[in-house]
Design a protein around this ligand. Structure first.
Ligand code: KG4
Ligand code: ZN
Length: 339
């Protein structure tokens, strides 16, 4: 089949990203992969502020796309299509990326492919490593916490998700409670390294229930109570370690159940973890152990593609274009913040 060259754009949260990808015979080669994080702009507020994100995307989108095109050494005429995240995400940012992508596609006379951000994450392991369908995906980030069975392009089954907070959100809230700054995950992980994971017996919500749902709100409340009396760094480290241990237990138990349920037929069982939280070493190790026990191969995209990026959006666009499947109404596609 003819190779496809696709520009991808991602603006749904706090990274402004653009990437150019070449797709041939089911294999992706990145020609450029630009990610501009807005972390510094949001840090003073200890979280992502939608209005600040929208303005930053508006300022950065054109420059980021230009950087991706320059690095790839291509002009718009060389593209076979333009893909952009159409949702879910923060409406202001999604609009900026969508309008940018549509304008380029319109001006260059190329197809426009609206991409679901979650599908981008679901396909992200296919950017590099050898990761054929089907596989189980655990997506754990600040906005998402769910198990998906990825059976093929456009064929996803949600096995279970959090009923309240996402795991990354819990990390961020715990960091806020303990005054550790934003983003919370890395700060909590650093603190946890010096603490005793058995110091506090924090709840493991829903653990004895069947199914694959998760809940982290009660855990956060328990941490808040413990945090009221924590003054010293040692006390904070114990809270972080105990909290992280609870998250590890919940994700491990759910991963075990997901792997038990997953019938890969005669094929190798593949278990993919993606999302910012997957960069946590303790969590990664716990999931690695579950994969091994469940006879599965653990696949973790490199950190750069675990968190928000445009390469995964370009890949989703390329795979859809190659398959001839429509993902939306092309240039008439609107933003879908809750897609
Ligand atoms: O995938 P991501 O960059 O953005 C989205 O939320 O879509 O994930 C960011 C989340 C934040 O909540 C952050 O605190 C968490 O991932 N995170 C971590 C670690 N690094 C980032 N959580 C635990 N441990 C980490 N090392
Ligand atoms: Zn994301």
């Amino acid at each position: 089949t003819k190779p496809l060259t696709i520009l991808g754009i991602e603006t749904s949260c706090d990274e402004t990203a653009a990437a150019v990808l070449r797709y041939e015979d089911g294999r992706a080669t990145l020609l450029s992969d630009v990610i501009r994080t807005q972390l510094a702009e949001h840090a003073p507020y200890l979280g992502v502020v939608p209005e600040i994100a929208a303005r930053a995307h508006a300022e950065l989108a054109d420059l980021t796309v230009a950087a991706a095109m320059n690095t790839a050494g291509l002009s718009y005429a060389d593209l076979d299509g333009v893909a952009a995240t159409a949702g879910p995400g923060l409406i202001g940012g999604v609009l900026v990326g969508l309008m940018t992508g549509k304008a380029i596609a319109q001006a260059a006379g190329k197809p426009f492919i609206p991409v679901n951000h979650l599908e981008g994450h679901a396909l992200s392991p296919r950017l590099g490593t050898d990761c054929p369908f089907p596989y189980i995906l655990l997506l754990v980030s600040g906005g998402h916490c769910q198990f998906l069975e990825v059976r093929g392009l456009g064929d996803y089954r949600r096995l279970g998700s959090t009923i309240d907070d996402a795991a990354g959100e819990a990390f961020d809230k715990v960091a806020k409670l303990l005054g550790l700054g934003f983003p919370g995950g890395p700060a909590v992980e650093r603190m946890a390294a010096a603490g005793n994971p058995k110091a506090h017996d924090f709840p493991r919500p829903l653990l004895n229930r069947p199914g694959l749902e998760m809940s982290f709100a009660g855990l956060k409340t328990a941490v808040a109570r413990a945090a009221e009396n924590a003054r010293s760094d040692n006390e904070k480290a114990d809270i972080c370690a105990s909290f992280q241990a609870a998250i590890c237990d919940v994700l491990s138990a759910r991963a075990r159940r997901a792997l038990e349920k997953f019938d890969a037929g005669t094929d190798e069982k593949r278990f993919v973890v993606a999302g910012g939280v997957a960069s946590n070493k303790a969590i990664r190790a716990a999931l690695e152990a579950e994969a091994e026990a469940g006879g599965a191969r653990l696949i973790a995209p490199p950190l750069r593609h675990c968190t928000d990026n445009a390469a995964m959006i370009a890949l989703a666009g390329a795979e859809h274009l190659a398959s001839g499947r429509e993902t939306g109404e092309g240039l008439a596609s609107g933003a879908r913040p809750r897609w």
